[in-house]
Design a protein around this ligand. Structure first.
Ligand SMILES: Nc1ncnc2c1ncn2[C@@H]1O[C@H](COP(=O)(O)OP(=O)(O)O)[C@@H](O)[C@H]1O
Ligand SMILES: O=C(O)C1=C[C@@H](OP(=O)(O)O)[C@@H](O)[C@H](O)C1
Ligand SMILES: [Mg+2]
Length: 195
């Protein structure tokens, strides 16, 4: 994403990037935009981007649906916990400690993972209405939890169950139906105000 598309000047974004001295971690429901917003945010801040789901797939040499199919959700959650612990530690090696990490939607519900992220990162809860989550998750067929019944019911139930965890993040950004840049502007503003 180009700086020109945001509400910020290149100088303002560079100055903000210099103030960031630890990982930025995106948490929130499936389809809220953690992966796609995270990638664009990292490119604007000129730092590395890691998607925890992709890391799990890379180390298992399997896709997430294949992992769920072959070994079940508990196995996936264990891998997810270990991968995020590793990413939180490795981020110290990035220039200025800056890196953007997109988590999978369930990761922040694990107490150990949540404590590590809250302790070491700038944590941003991306949040959307259920209708938006339904529409966005329907675009890709790679979320096994949504195959277990009606996706809208599952998303609404998980969103309500997980809100007590997500709401522990110090920065809350609502991602509406507009383009990515609208969410990015709110994220940049949220980080700037919180730092
Ligand atoms: N703010 C946004 N505006 C428009 N589309 C979005 C936005 N955030 C995400 N999307 C789209 O929604 C879908 C799911 O986004 P993704 O980043 O994979 O979410 P997550 O990683 O949180 O599950 C993708 O097609 C993505 O391009
Ligand atoms: O919410 C969840 O429990 C999950 C979210 C997915 O990631 P996204 O949030 O990036 O879709 C992925 O980790 C897995 O399918 C489980
Ligand atoms: Mg994702």
């Amino acid at each position: 994403m180009d700086v020109q598309q945001t509400h910020f000047s290149a100088q303002e974004i560079a100055a903000l990037a210099r103030r960031i001295n630890r990982p930025i971690v995106l948490v929130g429901m499936m389809g809220v935009g953690k992966s796609s917003v995270g990638k664009r945010l990292a490119s604007l801040l000129d730092c590395a981007f890691v998607d925890a789901d992709e890391e799990i797939e890379r180390s298992a040499q399997m896709t997430i649906p294949e992992i769920f199919d072959a070994f079940g959700e508990a196995y996936f959650r264990d891998g997810e916990r270990r991968v995020i612990a590793r990413l939180m530690n490795e981020s110290a090696g990035e220039p200025g400690g800056r890196i953007v990490i997109a988590t999978g939607g369930g990761a922040f519900c694990n107490a150990e993972t949540r404590a590590a992220i809250l302790d070491k990162a700038i944590t941003i809860w991306l949040d959307s209405e259920v209708d938006t989550l339904v529409e966005r998750t329907a675009r890709k067929d790679n979320r096994p939890l949504l195959k277990q019944g009606d996706p809208r019911e599952i998303l609404a139930k998980l969103r309500a169950e997980r809100e007590p965890y997500y709401s522990q993040a110090p920065i809350h950004v609502v991602s509406g139906n507009g383009p990515h840049v609208q969410t990015i502007n709110k994220v940049l503003q949220g980080i700037s105000q919180w730092l």
